[in-house]
Structure formats: structure tokens, C-alpha cells
Design a protein around this ligand. Structure first.
Ligand code: NAD
Ligand code: MG
Length: 394
């Protein structure tokens, strides 16, 4: 029997790795929806190859190009945010949520309503709306499987275990491209510097978030929301080799670690075949060749994003949506060259502070609309604050 699959963010790093696995067992799958952004040539190529029902670009102004590229293919085309939601409303047995940023929330949320499986790479969904997303899955009998490598590793470490015996969860961080830079030089880091990730080949945004540790900050919150583990039981540790992805510590003192090559097809494949394990085309690690696995505590002066994540986990409510939106704006500003690498955390902190005086951050997220409103408000304030700071330093 073929399985129907949809991939949101198909043209990105996670999306392409997902298609790579599906391509290897082509006859087992029927592709429903593929979505992308500006890269409509890639989207059209994949939609043709996999005979997708529909291809959607998030940009209205790319619709004509997408239509032209898919002329005569029989693939339906559409564009815009509403079209993404309509694509998510087409039932699929398995949906990959791999859009980057808060934009990934709404399609994933809609996909859950079919009561099937949502493979969640879009960590921003859990950061901005964790309780809402988990409740929606439960209400519809849907299953969410983590695709972030650390969370897939924790998930695998918990199979067959009693949650009450879990003492702690440790997620690892490579430390990113600037891990070994002298602290005083960090302010000068350029986009190119921050993009030179030592181990993982990922999209540009998450690569820079790795260098600033905002990615790990999001992942701490993601751990808290996905597994329902108290924040004081969640730790992050620097592990330059990126071979151990996470460890789960139990009440008897045992630590169960998950090891694997730094290749996202591990976590994607686990979610694709779960609850079975199937052969995956990933490198087998040779421990004797690697020889050394190092671990060290992250320096919170170098990585202030980690402290901000602790504050967000303590506040919960709308703080995650504010944190994520402010972080996305800070990253945009850094990419545009208007703020320095080391200014990103300050901007996120200032936005959280400003919003805490405008709305009650502890109020629960009760609907998708609340998330989107909070996200919008936080983006507006973060942009204003960035502009003010720029004027002050000009
Ligand atoms: P990417 O930048 O390579 O791809 C992003 C995809 O989202 C593309 O298809 C793009 O067209 C689409 N997109 C971008 N903006 C959009 C918008 N506003 N609306 C709709 N679609 C939009 O990103 P990626 O590295 O594949 O990451 C995707 C998600 O997976 C992120 O949430 C990231 O944190 C998470 N993740 C990625 C990795 C990795 O190894 N790349 C690992 C763990 C988690
Ligand atoms: Mg990760």
C-alpha cells in the first residue's frame, strides 16, 4: 500500500533530504503537496518528478513562474499563505513540517486535523505555540514526531521508559561556527563567518542561529514543550563532534545516549518509518577513528540566548512567540547588516522587556490567532527597537 505524503518547505534543506529518502523507495509513496518559496524551478522539478497533486509557493508574485514551469504536468499550482493552508487541508498520511520560522505553524496546525502523522522539523511551532499544538494533536488523535536531531534522539532514548524515571535530558550543541572565536572578536563576525558551520549542512537561518546558540535556545524550549519535562531538568552541553545528539538521564543514574553521523536523514528517516526502523543511507560511525568525544558547559556570557530561553521557559504563555519573533527580526537585521552579531540577543531581550509592559506574557496561547497577533506585535516592536538603536549609533 502506498503512503500519501506532503512536504511543507520541500525546497529547503530538510525538504530536500526528505525527498531524497522518498526517492529511494519511490513506489511506496504518493506525493500530495510540495511547497516552497522563491525557488520555483526546484519546486517545479520536484513536483514533476514525484507527480505531486499540488505545488505551492508562499510568494504570490512567483505564481506565474510556477505555473509556466509546470505547464502540461497535471500538477495544480497555487501561491500565498492561504494556499499553504489549503494544501495542508488535503489529507496525507504523513506530513513533513519543514518551513523555516513562525510561517510553518499554521500549515502544520491544519495538517494535524486529519489525525495522521506530523513530522515536525519546524521547531518554531513548539516554541510559539507548544501547548496549543500538542492539544490539537490530542484532540484529533494525530501523532507528532520530532525531526530535530536532538529531539529525535531524546524520543528514541525514551522508548519503553517510564517518564517518571526521567531525571534529566541533555541536548548537545556543536557550538556553531564561532565557538572558538575570542569573545572580544565576536562583535565583528560577518554573515559569512557565522555560516561556516563545522558539522551540519543546513539552511542559512538555522546555521546562523547555531553560531549564536539561538538554535539551542529554541531547542531547550522545544524539549520542554514536546516532552513536558520541567525546565530545571533540561540541559545543553557543547559537543564539538556532533556525534552524540542527546542523552536521557534516569533515576538509577544511567545515561542513555543517542549517537549517529551528523546527517538529518537519520531523524527524518526515523520519523518516516516510525515505529519501525528501516535501512537508512547514512554514514556508519567508526568510534575508533573518531577517537575522542568532547563535552563542555556552554558559556552563557558568550551565548546569552541560553539565559533568555530559561526566562522564556519560566514565563511560558506568550513569551515563546515573542522570543521567536524577536529572534527572527534580529536575524533579519543581522543579515541586512544593520546590527552586529552580538546585538541580536540584546534586541531579543529588549523586545521581551517592552512586550512584558504591553501584554501579559504569562497569558496562555489559546488560539492560532493569538499566536499570530503576538508574533506580529513582537516583530513590530523588535523592528522599532532595532531602528532606534541604529539611529542612536549613527
Ligand atoms: P531552509 O531555509 O533550507 O528551507 C526553508 C523552506 O521553507 C524552503 O522550502 C522555503 O522556501 C520555505 N519558506 C521560507 N520562508 C517561508 C515562508 N514565509 N512561508 C512559507 N515557506 C517558506 O530551512 P531548513 O534548514 O530546511 O529548516 C527548516 C526547518 O527545520 C526550520 O524550522 C529549522 O529550524 C528546522 N531544522 C532544520 C535542520 C537542518 O538540518 N536544516 C535541523 C533541525 C531542524
Ligand atoms: Mg537540532
Amino acid at each position: 500500500m502506498t503512503r500519501s505524503v506532503s512536504i511543507f518547505g520541500a525546497t529547503g534543506s530538510i525538504g530536500q533530504n526528505t525527498l531524497d529518502l522518498i526517492r529511494r523507495d519511490r513506489a511506496a509513496y504518493r506525493v500530495v503537496a510540495l511547497t516552497g518559496g522563491a525557488n520555483v524551478d526546484q519546486l517545479a522539478r520536484d513536483a514533476r518528478e514525484f507527480g505531486a497533486e499540488v505545488a505551492v509557493t508562499c510568494f504570490d508574485d512567483r505564481l506565474d513562474d510556477l505555473r509556466a514551469a509546470l505547464a502540461g504536468s497535471g500538477v495544480a499550482v497555487a501561491a500565498g499563505d492561504q494556499a499553504l493552508i489549503e494544501a495542508a487541508d488535503r489529507p496525507a498520511d504523513w506530513t513533513m513540517s519543514a518551513i523555516v520560522g513562525a510561517a510553518g505553524l499554521a500549515p502544520g496546525f491544519h495538517a494535524l486535523r486529519h489525525g495522521r502523522t506530523l513530522a515536525l522539523a519546524n521547531k518554531e511551532s513548539l516554541v510559539t505555540a507548544g501547548p496549543l499544538l500538542m492539544a490539537e494533536a490530542q484532540a484529533h488523535g494525530a501523532c507528532i514526531l520530532p525531526v530535530d536531531s536532538e529531539h529525535s534522539a531524546v524520543f528514541q532514548g525514551l522508548v519503553g521508559e517510564d517518564m517518571s524515571a526521567v531525571e534529566r535530558v541533555i541536548i548537545t550543541a556543536s557550538g556553531g561556527a564561532l565557538r572558538d572565536w575570542p569573545l572580544e572578536k565576536l562583535a565583528e563576525a560577518t554573515v559569512t563567518d557565522a555560516c561556516a558551520h563545522p558539522n551540519w549542512d543546513m539552511g542559512q537561518r538555522i546555521t546562523i542561529d547555531s553560531a549564536s546558540m539561538f538554535n539551542k535556545a529554541l531547542e531547550l524550549i522545544e524539549t520542554r514543550e514536546f516532552f513536558g519535562i520541567a525546565p530545571d531538568k533540561i540541559e545543553a552541553v557543547i559537543h564539538p563532534q556532533s556525534i552524540v545528539h542527546a542523552l536521557v538521564g534516569f533515576s538509577d543514574g544511567a545515561l542513555i545516549a543517542h549517537l549517529g553521523a551528523p546527517d538529518m536523514r537519520h531523524a527524518i528517516g526515523y520519523a518516516l518509518h516510525w515505529p519501525e526502523r528501516r535501512h537508512l543511507p547514512v554514514e556508519r560511525i567508526d568510534l575508533a577513528r573518531i577517537a575522542t568525544l568532547e563535552f563542555r558547559a556552554p558559556d552563557e556570557v558568550r551565548f546569552p540566548a541560553l539565559r533568555l530561553a530559561r526566562d522564556v521557559m519560566a514565563t511560558r504563555g506568550r513569551a515563546g512567540a515573542v522570543f521567536n519573533a524577536a529572534k527572527e527580526v534580529a536575524l533579519d537585521e543581522f543579515l541586512a547588516g544593520t546590527i552586529r552579531f552580538t546585538d541580536m540577543a540584546g534586541l531579543v531581550d529588549a523586545t521581551l522587556d517592552a512586550l512584558s509592559r504591553e501584554i501579559r506574557l504569562t497569558d496562555a496561547i489559546d488560539s492560532l490567532e493569538t499566536v499570530l497577533q503576538t508574533d506580529h506585535l513582537a516583530r513590530t516592536r523588535a523592528s522599532e527597537l532595532a531602528k532606534q538603536r541604529q539611529e542612536q549609533t549613527a
